[in-house]
Design a protein around this ligand. Structure first.
Ligand code: GTP
Ligand code: MG
Ligand code: ZN
Length: 218
């Protein structure tokens, strides 16, 4: 078994170098990259569909899924350039996949690369894709206890979004507990409540992305 561990380490080390290269290349161009991470169905694609209605920044999207191009088809309907990455069983994106996906995209004039990671609350947090920020999504139906049970993502995220807040009352969601635990894990993270169904919090989210875009411009 030790041999297997060594192989995994070297693969991860190579991938970390690719992530650094992606970060450097995008920074030279003044392009922001965001890595959206959350459970399957937490509302990542819905958040993007809403965000891409905004024309103040130009975006491209990389869609990570185990199989199908369904999410890429949804994004393409917004008119935004998109590449689908299928991991064929893999439960997270890696920098080498992102590097390949970026090769085919025209980046002139682009402000933001949104990466939707594979739906998974656990290991995507461990893999650097070369992003500027990780954005954690947790939806109301998942329950308020998730931050402490799956802490790594919440600890590393620059922003935590509680999604589907239109369901707060229906599901008796304890939002005080949720935010108390998030603050305990990561007091500096931006904290937003959004609903892609009703539009709650979307202008705050778009403003946050815009502030990151401005900070990135040369
Ligand atoms: N009530 C409610 N439902 C939502 C909201 N946002 C998304 N949904 C629904 O939640 C389901 C999953 O949404 P997606 O945006 O596809 O979730 P996802 O995180 O991209 O899912 P994967 O890509 O499979 O991991 C869909 O049926 C959406 O219509 C919301 O704000 N409120
Ligand atoms: Mg999706
Ligand atoms: Zn994984």
């Amino acid at each position: 078994m030790p041999r297997r561990i060594a192989i995994q380490r070297s693969v991860m080390a190579a991938d970390e170098k690719i992530a650094e290269k992606i970060r450097k290349d995008l920074s030279k161009r003044g392009v922001l990259m965001l890595n959206l991470i959350g459970s399957p169905g937490s509302g990542k694609t819905s958040l993007l569909e809403w965000t891409l209605k905004d024309t103040l920044f130009r975006s491209v999207v990389l869609e990570g899924d185990v199989a199908t191009s369904r999410d890429a088809e949804r994004i393409a309907r917004t008119g935004t350039p998109v590449v689908q990455i299928n991991t064929r069983g893999g439960c997270h994106l890696e920098a080498n996949l992102v590097e390949k996906a970026l090769e085919g995209l025209e980046m002139d004039g682009v402000d933001v690369v949104f990466v939707e990671n594979v739906g998974n609350l656990v290991c995507p947090a461990e893999f650097d894709l070369g992003e500027d920020h990780k954005v954690a999504l947790c939806s109301v139906p998942e329950g308020p206890d998730k931050p402490l049970k799956y802490p790594h993502l919440f600890m590393r995220a620059e922003a935590v979004l509680l999604t589907k807040v239109d369901l707060l009352e229906l599901l008796g969601f304890d939002r005080d507990l949720f935010w108390k635990d998030v603050k305990e894990l990561n007091p500096r993270a931006e904290r937003l409540e959004v609903s892609a169904l009703r539009g709650d919090g979307m202008s705050d989210w778009v403003s946050l992305v815009q502030s990151w875009v401005r900070a990135k411009r040369p």
